[in-house]
Write a protein that binds this ligand. Structure first.
Ligand code: ATP
Ligand code: MG
Ligand code: MG
Ligand code: MG
Length: 439
């Protein structure tokens, strides 16, 4: 993409309404625009990152054997009456009437609807196990929408639902989700720690939240610092292997790590003092096992091998897709702007032409731009007629992991400069070598 043709409405001033760094940078980098409290347009740069995050989520769900579908944002109130949650859900639910006076709602989550789909089409244990998920907009009329996309009212969530014959199978689904989420967050350059949590209005006994440690997080968390040393890394996972998934789950959840709702001071005090940590965290996901809480009242049953009918065991599993942009920026930035991890960066590399209109730099930049595109590196070429300082400031703000700087002096010696956004280290080399370093 050429910056002169792109739509990147960068703000020079810090927007007064933004209280935390991720919100500030998302506005300044022209990624989002607020349309109403907690409701945002996703401008091209923000949309591009959102899409990359979605893509990672899809790939890891596919790897775990989970199946994508798409449910609507609007739901009939009657479904929620069946589970009893229509009245329980309270003020966070946006309730709407259509022209026939039928009661509708903008879905805050989809347990009821997915259970309805299941009961309409599945009736035998032979069709299990089954895990369906979607990535869809949710609406929750949050009391205090704030911090930009971190606590929106309309927000994008991946929510998945497992259907199993037995509790044991459903707990395997739980573990499978836990492992797939760990890999999902790690691919985004994030450490998200599974912590024992409270189930809230979803209900159920077994639940973990995934928290990214950050001073601006809204949750208070308590943990054994040893938990921050564990990584999933590149290990091979067989998602059908119950024992392996359980072992990973235990590895990541045996050390003390809890949110304030489930915090147990006596257990916490048993940790060696130097490892006892309390901090703030951003909830970027949550997994639940809730058994037959929805399948029983809504009649989602299957015939078992012995011919009897039983309600299925279920769980639900969510990732805050749009919140992740904020969480990643909170975890990865400096005083000049965002520092995107490679896995989610909107463009792979920026090209800065220090002297736009100079035939030697223009020619070199055009060549680089063409070759980087051909290699699939998705370059953003700053071809505007701007001062070098302004071009650097824009690149630093939008946080691409690599920048190639092309100036007349370097070109006279056959060199460009390759700079890492994270380390700030620059190296001179030929354009060809720079491309080789990036592939
Ligand atoms: P929170 O405690 O922050 O209100 P939640 O526990 O109500 O979140 P869940 O029902 O667990 O949310 O939804 C799954 C995920 O969706 C959360 O882990 C979070 O990452 C994301 N999410 C929830 N509410 C919002 C929101 N208002 N804006 C953006 N993302 C959200
Ligand atoms: Mg909430
Ligand atoms: Mg929560
Ligand atoms: Mg939650």
């Amino acid at each position: 993409m050429r910056l002169s043709r792109y739509f990147l409405p960068v703000l020079k001033e810090n927007p007064a309404e933004a209280q935390i760094v991720s919100h500030r940078y998302m506005l300044r980098a022209g990624m989002i625009k607020q349309q109403a409290a907690g409701i945002y347009s996703w401008l091209p740069l923000g949309f591009k990152v959102l899409r990359r995050i979605e893509q990672i989520v899809h790939e890891e769900q596919a790897r775990a054997g989970h199946i994508p579908l798409l449910m609507p944002t609007l739901q009939p109130a009657d479904l929620w009456r069946e589970s009893g949650r229509y009245d329980d859900y309270g003020q966070e639910m946006l309730r709407i009437k259509d022209r026939q006076e039928r009661e509708m709602l903008y879905g805050p989550t989809n347990e009821e609807m997915i259970t309805d789909i299941f009961r309409s089409h599945v009736g035998s244990y032979k069709d299990l196990p089954l895990t369906l998920y979607h990535i869809q907009w949710k609406f929750r009329d949050e009391m205090r929408p704030r911090f930009g996309v971190m606590r929106g009212r309309e927000f994008l969530m991946k929510d998945g639902y497992n259907f199993d014959l037995t509790k044991e199978d459903a707990l395997h689904a739980y573990n499978r989700h836990l492992v797939s989420y760990l890999r999902t967050y790690e691919r985004m350059g994030l450490q998200a720690i599974p912590m024992r949590a409270d189930s809230g209005p979803i209900g159920g006994d077994d639940t973990h939240e995934f928290l990214v440690l950050a001073a601006t997080g809204e949750s208070e968390v308590f943990y054994d610092s040893a938990v921050t040393d564990i990584r999933l890394g590149q290990r091979e996972i067989d998602y059908d292997d119950k024992a392996q998934c359980q072992a990973v789950m235990e590895e990541f959840t045996s050390l003390y790590a809890r949110t304030d709702e489930t915090h147990d001071a006596a257990l916490f005090d048993a940790i060696p003092e130097e490892r006892r940590k309390s901090a703030r965290g951003i909830e970027v996901g949550q997994i639940f096992y809730f058994g037959t809480k929805y399948s029983e009242p809504m009649g989602a049953t299957v015939v078992t091998p012995d011919g009897s009918r039983v309600p299925v065991h279920m769980g639900s599993h969510g990732i805050g897709v749009s919140r992740l942009l904020g969480a990643i920026i909170e975890a990865s930035h400096d005083d000049k702007g965002i520092i995107w991890p490679e896995g989610v960066t909107p463009f792979g590399v920026g090209i800065v032409n220090l002297k736009q209109g100079d035939s030697s730099t223009d020619l070199a930049c055009e060549g680089l731009y063409r070759d980087l595109k051909a290699k699939g590196l998705d370059p953003l070429y700053d071809d505007r007629d701007e001062r070098a300082g302004a071009k650097f400031a824009t690149m630093d703000l939008i946080g691409l992991p690599w920048r190639i700087t092309v100036g007349p002096r370097g070109i006279a010696n056959g060199k460009v400069e390759l700079t890492s956004r994270r380390t700030g280290v620059s190296e001179e080399m030929s354009a060809g070598d720079a491309i080789e370093r990036l592939v």
